[in-house]
Write a protein that binds this ligand. Structure first.
Ligand SMILES: Nc1nc2c(ncn2[C@@H]2O[C@H](COP(=O)(O)OP(=O)(O)OP(=O)(O)O)[C@@H](O)[C@H]2O)c(=O)[nH]1
Ligand SMILES: [Mg+2]
Length: 399
């Protein structure tokens, strides 16, 4: 089944933790604990061979590999393998309904989540201030995010029209497609694709389900149809002279209105008007071609017209677009009656330590005092005597 929209939960790999160990020589002992390996990243990459998202299970939860922990004798942990999700050209990545990437180039990729940071072992923590650390850092936990992928078919031309206009009949005449045809409305429920093989050109054609009034507001299959116009180069309006409710002119107006209300930029895509069912009616309007998809009348003329339009090559509206990699909130401060509860990645990087208790506490306070956190708390109105919570660590604020 054709799938053009899925929701996923993805997680970066956790960072491996550092270790505390000491190398003993006859005269002294020195830190030798290795650092953890970074967690795997979540990367979405384009594979132009793909034609939909059906290879990904919707609502699944996918995880990159964790980094492994560091060990004694300077042994660093291994980096976790990235999670690579392949998508077809024309896939958008959304988080909370905001577009973070729109991928069009083959092999172009977007790092949804960077692998979580590894913790340093006591060897990598040696500094002038702490020449002989007896503690190490924890690896950062997995980061999790919910994403939505939507795919807009890459085609050279789309056939749009009201239900029953003969769109599927036309694609079977132009291409090798075996689209279902029937004498009732909404026969086509997901797009059909076919290739028109002409001596000069090879064109990918897409037959879409019928459009109705209100489609741009989601009526009928609304956006599930209209999104597939996004990555085409030519729109063929297929008009039905036998339609009892809409004249040919009204059909053009309705189709144009729905398409442009969905995305104003679609008005830049060239269009042609084709009137079907010439075997039953010869009525016509300006700038249009009359054909019969069923009997094949004037189909060759239509193909010649299309081929001419495609020389020189046509361009698409949209190209690659990417925002910065997504990361979860760095610092969250919740206030509750003189209590300041601080959480988030930033806090984890301050308190995520283990080893000798006194050293760990010293190091946490050193990191806290030298961070922007005290300033942030002052901005929020903290006063002496208030309680600060960094994760599970609780202490009294003093300027
Ligand atoms: N007389 C005549 N009938 C046609 C012609 N083209 C298609 N039809 C008929 O019109 C009906 C609808 O054809 P389809 O190709 O399924 O139409 P569609 O536009 O794909 O319909 P939906 O998928 O429901 O939107 C069928 O009964 C076809 O046989 C034509 O050129 N002449
Ligand atoms: Mg159809």
């Amino acid at each position: 089944m054709f799938v053009d929209e899925i929701k996923l939960s993805v997680q970066s790999g956790a960072g491996g933790s550092g270790s505390v160990s000491f190398k003993k020589t006859s005269s002294k002992s020195s830190p030798s604990g290795g650092s953890g390996g970074q967690g795997g990243s979540v990367i979405i990459t384009v594979n132009e061979e793909l034609n939909d998202l059906s290879h990904i299970i919707s609502n699944s939860s996918l995880k990159a590999e964790n980094g492994t922990d560091g060990n004694k004798n300077f042994q660093n942990g291994k980096k976790g393998k990235d999670l690579i999700i392949e998508v077809p050209k024309g896939t958008k990545i959304k988080v909370d309904n905001e577009v973070y990437a729109d991928l069009h180039e083959n092999k172009s990729s977007f790092i949804v989540l960077e692998g979580s940071k590894a913790g340093r072992g006591n060897y990598d923590l040696i500094s002038k201030r702490v020449p002989n650390p007896q503690f190490c850092e924890h690896g950062e936990k997995r980061n999790k995010i919910e994403i939505k992928l939507t795919y807009s078919i890459y085609s050279d031309l789309v056939i749009v029209g009201l239900p029953n206009a003969g769109k599927s009949t036309l694609i079977t005449k132009l291409t090798n497609s075996k689209a279902q045809i029937a004498d009732y409305e909404f026969t086509t429920t997901s797009p059909n694709l076919g290739i028109l093989n002409n001596s000069d050109l090879k064109l990918k054609i897409c037959d879409l389900p019928g459009l109705i009034k209100g489609a741009s507001d989601g009526v009928g299959m609304g956006e599930r149809i209209l999104r597939h116009i996004r990555n085409t180069k030519l729109i063929v309006y297929l008009l039905d002279p036998l339609n009892q409710s809409y004249s040919l002119g009204d059909q053009v107006n309705l189709l144009e209105k729905e398409i442009i209300e969905y995305d104003q930029n679609f008005s830049k895509i060239p269009t042609i008007k084709v009137i079907n069912k010439l075997d039953k009616s010869e009525i016509s309007i300006n700038d249009s071609i009359n054909i019969s998809a069923q009997t094949g009348l004037n189909i060759e003329m239509l193909i010649q017209n299309i081929v001419e339009i495609f020389q020189p090559d046509k361009r698409r509206l949209y190209g690659d677009f990417q925002k910065i990699t997504l990361q979860k909130d760095d610092l969250i401060i919740n206030q509750d009656h003189g209590k300041y509860i601080c959480t988030g990645r930033f806090v984890e990087s301050i308190i995520g330590l283990s080893g000798n208790k006194d050293e760990v506490i010293n190091e946490i306070f050193y990191r806290y005092e030298n961070s922007y956190l005290p300033n942030k708390l002052e901005e929020l109105g903290v006063i002496d005597g208030d309680t600060i919570m960094l994760g599970n660590l609780e202490f009294e604020y003093k300027k």
